[in-house]
Design a protein around this ligand. Structure first.
Ligand code: T3D
Length: 263
């Protein structure tokens, strides 16, 4: 597929997706969603890809849904937003959360609406100090989507999540970090080297174990402790049968760096 709205590359085990509509702050269109689906299909199929890095081109990360086609009342009335969510955002968020590979997000600028919640759906979120997060939905009469009503309260607690969702206030990368919404904030010029370094590191790690960690954490949000202990038992059984477990233990015992194959 020839991409117009994203850039896609794969190198040294890392697939990099750059949202690429900078003049519109990389806001989502149907075409961009289609291209993202196609890129994630490649990522899922290609065993040599062991980590994904998502970022945005230009001064923004992503301003959520592209609203420019909604100038007329007819256009607004004709659309069924539930259908849009089913067709585009829900698929994207489910794909990221269930992908058995780590997904790192480098938020290079403003992340608004579904753009903010795309970032928060990723496994490890880094941001430039000049970046910001806005649950912009309430400003146009909508509710947070792209998983925001699920992700936000879990990350920052319901008091902060509700205020963010109802006020639509912009919060800085520093604030997002202080609240535990993201992993780290970096000076703008160091964001991409840091994010790329982290993605390259993750691509050399025991990919199956990382996928099982992700599965366990996904399930923990609705499991009881008993259910989670059983799940840990089952997933650890799988992890203990991977080549990377054998390699990790052997490397430790022989005081050498491990060389994980991802198998
Ligand atoms: O609708 C559905 O299908 C349901 C799904 C909804 C999911 C959602 O994401 S709803 C939320 C949609 N997003 C927003 O409401 C955010 C709209 N954008 C903004 O509030 C501001 O642009 C920002 C706070 C993000 C950034 O502000 P600022 O001052 O840094 O930039 P700007 O000047 O507003 O934007 C720069 C350009 O990007 C500008 O274009 P122009 O005038 O230079 O030609 C602006 O129109 C364009 N832009 C920004 N956001 C969007 C957009 N164009 C289309 N859609 C956008 N969402």
């Amino acid at each position: 597929m020839n991409y117009q709205s994203i850039l896609f590359s794969a190198d040294k085990g890392v697939a990099t997706i750059t949202l690429n509509r900078p003049d519109k702050l990389n806001s989502f269109t149907d075409d961009m969603h289609g291209e993202l689906r196609d890129a994630f299909k490649t990522i899922a199929k290609d065993e040599t890809i062991r980590c994904v890095l998502i970022t945005g081109a230009g001064r923004g990360f992503c301003a959520g849904q592209d609203l420019s086609h909604l100038a007329s009342e007819d256009a607004r009335a004709e659309q069924d937003l539930g259908e849009t969510l089913d067709k585009n955002y829900n698929r994207l968020i489910r794909t990221i959360r269930s992908l058995p590979k780590p997904v790192v997000c480098a938020v290079n600028g403003v992340a608004a609406g579904a753009g903010a919640n795309l970032a928060l759906a990723c496994d490890i979120v880094l941001a430039a100090r000049s970046a910001s997060f806005i649950q912009a939905f309430c400003k146009i009469g909508l509710i947070p989507d792209a998983g925001g009503t699920w992700t936000l309260p879990r990350l920052v607690g319901s008091a902060r999540a509700l205020a963010l969702a109802m006020l639509g206030d912009k919060i800085s990368a520093e604030q997002a970090h202080d609240w535990g919404m993201i992993w780290k904030a970096f000076d703008d010029e160091t964001l991409m080297p840091e994010a790329q370094g982290m993605a390259l590191h993750l691509a050399t790690q025991p990919t199956q174990a990382l996928a099982l960690i992700k599965r366990a954490f996904n399930a923990s949000t609705s499991n009881t402790l008993d259910q989670q202990l059983d799940l840990e038992r089952d997933l650890q059984t799988i992890a203990g049968r991977t080549s990377d477990y054998h390699e990790g233990v052997d490397a430790f015992l022989n005081k050498r760096p491990a060389e994980f194959s991802g198998k």
